[in-house]
Design a protein around this ligand. Structure first.
Ligand code: Z5A
Length: 211
């Protein structure tokens, strides 16, 4: 029996996922719920090792199918060892990226069939699906400019502008197809404004959960 609420945060790089997850988590804690945060790829020791393999610029090319399967291998570890036990213990779970990232990056960006990703999602995490997905959205140039202030780009961040345009378009299509699950937040505004909107959204979720 799953009792906690499962929230995922999605978006292209630099839209402010990390900056807003903190606010989200604080609101949930202040409302008296236990909350666990995790990220993908990653979240467990082995899944974090898979993350390193995926992000590093090694000499060996990583085929698109291998990339997809590694994302789902990491997800299987995170779901079984972290997310599901927390939900079953009544905790809320906030996950920085989940299967919608595979849909947006590996299907939207790389062109792999969406049906394959849906099949893997069903196989790897069955009924463990987000109750709410917050899609932080901004034009690619805005996200890239914000992200460029940080460390050197990893393997996926080194993709071209058009790749991220396809990823963003795919995210927006996914959100349009599942309006009951997705909330799209425009992050071109100041961080304070975006965080205030995230706060309102969580307050609403907490209210819904209590009635
Ligand atoms: N990936 C995949 O392909 N398939 C999958 O299934 C999964 C993942 C799960 C790792 O993700 C990569 O894995 C990712 C997708 C792929 N590759 N890419 N690209 P990640 O989440 O670890 O990495 P990321 O997307 O690059 O996240 P990020 O760079 O950490 O971005 P962020 O968390 O969204 O942004 P941030 O760190 O909160 O903010 C960036 C900067 O902008 C920072 O200085 C903030 O202070 C600033 N900021 C944020 N919001 C604002 C506003 N509103 N105004 C002004 N400045 C702001």
């Amino acid at each position: 029996m799953i009792r906690g609420r499962f929230i995922t945060v999605e978006g292209i790089e630099g839209v402010g996922k990390s900056s807003n997850i903190e606010v989200l988590v604080n609101h949930i804690k202040n409302a008296g719920f236990e909350v666990l945060t995790t990220r993908e790829p990653g979240g467990t020791p082995v899944a974090e090792d898979i993350r390193k393999l995926l992000m590093d610029h090694g000499d060996e090319p990583i085929p698109e199918i291998a990339e997809l399967l590694l994302m789902f291998a990491a997800r299987s570890l995170n779901v079984n060892n972290v997310i599901l036990p927390a939900l079953q213990a009544g905790k809320w779970v906030v996950c920085d990226r989940f299967s919608d990232s595979s849909r947006a990056y590996q299907s939207g960006g790389r062109g792999l069939p969406m049906e394959t990703i849906d099949t893997l999602a069903d196989w790897v995490h069955g009924d463990v699906n987000p109750d709410v997905t917050i899609l932080l959205d901004a034009p690619v140039d805005v996200g890239m400019a914000r992200a460029s202030n940080r460390s050197a780009p990893d393997r996926i961040e080194s993709e071209k502008h058009e790749f991220f345009e396809r990823v963003r378009a795919c995210y927006l299509q996914l959100a349009a197809r599942s309006p009951d699950r997705f909330v799209v937040i425009d992050t071109t505004r100041s961080l304070e404004e975006v965080q205030a909107e995230v706060g309102l959204l969580v307050t609403q979720l907490i209210d819904d959960n209590q009635h």
